[in-house]
Design a protein around this ligand. Sequence first.
Ligand code: GUN
Ligand code: FE
Length: 422
Amino acid sequence: MLHDTFVLKGNFLFTPTPDQLALHPDSYLLCKEGRTAGLFPQLPEAYRDLPLHDHGDKLILPGLVDLHVHASQYAFRGMGMDLELLDWLESNTFPEEGKFADPVYAQAAYEIFVRDLTRSATTRACVFATIHRPATLVLMRMLEEAGLPCLVGKVNMDRNSPDFLRETTQASLEETRQWLAESAAFSLVRPILTPRFIPSCSDELMAGLGQLQREFGLPAQSHLSENLSEIQWVADLCPGTSSYGQAYDQFGLFGGDCPTVMAHGVWSSPAEQKLMGERGVFLAHCPQSNENLSSGIAPVKDYLRQGLRVGLGSDVAGGAHLSLFRAMTDAIQCSKLRWRLVDETIPPLTLPEALYLATKGGGAFFGKVGSFEPGYEFDAVVLDDSTLPTPRELTLAQRLERVVYLSDGLPCAKYAAGRRLF
Ligand code: GUN
Ligand code: FE
């Protein structure tokens, strides 16, 4: 792909570490062949002839990374939220996902999702489609054309689901292999293995997916320790495993040579946390989904302190909102309630920590993504906070906080992998 070289001007904010908010007011960023190549208080002489994208006094952040979202659930977000996970899957989620057998429905539903994702501050996402190969490819094509470098998964399910949303083990593996072959048509959008969760996938299917992982060197995504009834079910289905995580690990689908992102980890035991650390598994913290489905509050601050790899997920439609600014405030607010009500030894998340989770924390799953440090892939969103007028003089950090808490979260300009999208 051809990448431009250009200069951006504006106020740059990013988080090299969870506790450091780097502020570069009224500065110049060089984007060279798709990567950040320097931030300067004055424009160096050598770059005077390059195209200049002058964003004036606006705020410029690294593009936000959604580590867990179900594109196929976007049509029922904000509905049916008075249930817990397993009942919610049966009564809302599976019937909706069944509709994606119809490519016409899939086209209409995914068009709305991709339009809204494009307008949002999210530049990259780990996306669940459904079990349906043709519909998954429709979604991948749309994301590719929108310029959003996403990882997209055709979901695998061969047990414990209704007839209309269940594959045979053999068909699931064959369809996955064919989908992988057809995914080679895309360059920006990549496939990610997506066993829905342990209850949906037989041992034989998991073993086959483990083989495909090794054969193609694929990443994987799934769900982990979200809800107490779910965890008990997994323990019953997998006698002899010491944790939910180990139920994936026994098939080589829990980090190590398989880059893995697991959603939730609300109730991960100390042994499971240790395994996540050893295997370098990423955790997608999805606070709004965990509230809506009454799942609980993950100890994210503790995970960060342990050095586990954590990012944020919207988990639409468990979460109703695609906005990762909303996910940031949800994460902070949940962590405050957890601190007060559950464990006074774990203090709440700060705003820089929440921004880190939404950018560099989750971005690391995609490589050098989520920061304006040199060598990082250039993903950025430009935010116009003049739409939030105030008579007060504000610092850049205060302006960021207001945008996160108050704005609609929609950027006025957006760049992904070095390309300007709008
Ligand atoms: N566990 C298995 N499937 C799902 C899903 O679609 N959403 C959530 N939140 N958890 C799951
Ligand atoms: Fe999910």
